[in-house]
Structures are given as C-alpha cells and as structure tokens.
Design a protein around this ligand. Structure first.
Ligand code: SAM
Length: 261
C-alpha cells in the first residue's frame, strides 16, 4: 500500500472517530439507531445502550467456548463497552483502537476494571501483542468501516500471528450488498480479465466538513472465507444478518493443534 494513501486514510478515519464528547462517542458513533435518535432521555438511552451491548456480546461469544483463563483482543474497542462485559469472564482483554479520543473515553469507562489493557494503534496492526499469546480475537462494528483492502489484510495477518494454535477469531463485517450497475459491470470486466473482483463502491466521503459516507470494503461470504484462509485462518461458521441485513459474522480458528473441541 502506498504510504501517502495509508496516511490519508488514517487521517480521514481518525477525523471521523475522534469526537469531542463522551455522549457523542457513545450515542452517535458506537451505538446509533433509530430508537437512539428518537430520544434525549438519559435513562432511556442507558437502557438501549445496555440492551444493545448485551445483544452484541451474545453474538460475539455465540458458539465460542470462552474460558476463564483466556486472553482476548478486541480490534476497534471504542469506549470499551464490550471489554467491560467480557472482562469478568476471561483472564484479560486487550483493546486496540486508532482513535485517541475513543481511548480517552475508554480509560474512564473501564477505570474500575482491573484486567484490561488499552492501546492506541495505527489502524492496521497489533504490534503491542506477542506472537501466539491470544485465545480469542473479536471485532464488532469496526471492520465494516475499513475502506482499504490492504488494511483488512494487514489485520488478518496479525490476527493469525497473535492467536495461539487453534485460537478463535470472530469478526463482524459487511457483506457485499447491492452495488450500482456500473460498478457491477466493471467488476465483471475485471473478472473476465483475470483480475481480482474486489472493488467496492464504499469509501470515505466528506461534504462541507461533514462525513457523508463511511462504509468500508465488503466481501461475499466466499471471498471472505478465502481471504481468511490465505492468512491461515480456517472459517468454521459464517452467519448473515444478526443485527443488520448486510452484516456478516464469521468465526475462524488459527491453524495448528486445536486445543479445544
Ligand atoms: C462503532 S465503534 C465500535 C466500538 C466497539 N467495538 C463496540 O462495539 O462498542 C468503532 C470503533 O472502531 C474504531 N476503529 C475503526 N476502524 C479501526 C481500525 N482500522 N483500527 C482500529 N480501530 C478502528 C473506531 O475508532 C471506533 O472506536
């Protein structure tokens, strides 16, 4: 990936996530939905936040034999709501995020949780995590915003590096949705020419200082499984939907001795 392109991507991405207030971080960036938009009542907002967090944790851990001795990593941890829910169930949770502001809020939000670590990263790597030291990597509402294939690939390579043999990975991302006819035609042409089909109509777009589009690159389930495999991650379960029509949830395992059934 070209350095200038990556730097521009990092600037744009941080610009979107670095919001000034905790309330904006929680109810505009991390959780946003029609029912959140429809109320200003703090109690109602807390209630929705709790319910959405419980739903998310259920989906993240669905089918994963989470153990009390597990070391976990969350990619794109935001203010740390999922880490807070995961921490009592495992030995430790390491949260990484590219947004300095989100991590400021997370430090407050997790102040009374002892077994968590927070790290600012470069948006594409897990440099602070040792090789083969992690039982479970998960990511929710972060990959769907990554607009460069190279960044996704860099993460997949690092996830494979940090997972113990047989360790688990569960990622929510965005499956390929309807794309404009002209993009479809271009994809078909590329395919006929033997070039990779993966081109997305999604990208960061700013108008008058406001971000008007922020969807990340998308994959068909088959393309995604193939990509995981290329980095040594064996997909064992793919689920479509579960929260949003275009969401895709994939559980995969690192190659090597499967320590647990
Ligand atoms: C919608 S929030 C979700 C936070 C958390 N996963 C949750 O569900 O509560 C997305 C978070 O991912 C972070 N993020 C987005 N792209 C990222 C990337 N490439 N690397 C690291 N963090 C990223 C953002 O800064 C933001 O804090």
């Amino acid at each position: 990936m070209q350095a200038a392109q990556y730097q521009q991507w990092l600037r744009d991405t941080r610009r979107f996530w670095d919001v000034p207030t905790e309330s904006e971080a929680r109810f505009d960036r991390v959780c946003s939905s029609l029912e959140i938009g429809a109320t200003d009542d703090p109690e109602a907002l807390e209630h929705i936040w709790q319910r959405q967090t419980e739903d998310a944790v259920r989906q993240i851990t669905d089918g994963i034999p989470v153990g009390a001795d597990w070391r976990c990593v969350e990619i794109g941890c935001g203010v740390g709501r999922l880490m807070k829910a995961m921490a009592p169930r495992v030995a430790c949770v390491i949260g990484v995020d590219l947004s300095p502001r989100m991590l400021d809020f997370a430090r407050d939000y997790l102040a009374d949780v002892p077994n968590v670590e927070l790290h600012l990263n470069d948006g594409r790597s897990l440099d602070m995590v040792r090789d083969a030291s992690i039982d479970f990597v998960y990511s929710h509402l972060a990959f769907q915003h990554i607009t460069l294939y190279e960044v996704v690939d860099a993460y997949l390579a690092d996830i494979a590096r940090v997972l113990k043999p047989g360790g688990y990975c569960r990622i929510q991302n965005w499956r390929e949705g309807p794309i404009p006819a002209v993009e479809r035609a271009k994809n078909m042409a590329r395919s006929l020419l033997g070039r990779e089909i993966l081109r997305s109509n999604r990208c960061w777009q700013w108008r008058e200082g406001k971000c008007v589009r922020f969807g990340g690159v998308t994959f068909t389930p088959r393309q995604w499984r193939r990509r995981l495999r290329r980095f040594g991650l064996q997909a064992i379960r793919t689920q479509l939907g579960l929260g949003h029509e275009y969401w895709m949830w994939t559980t995969s395992r690192a190659k090597g001795a499967h320590r647990r059934a």
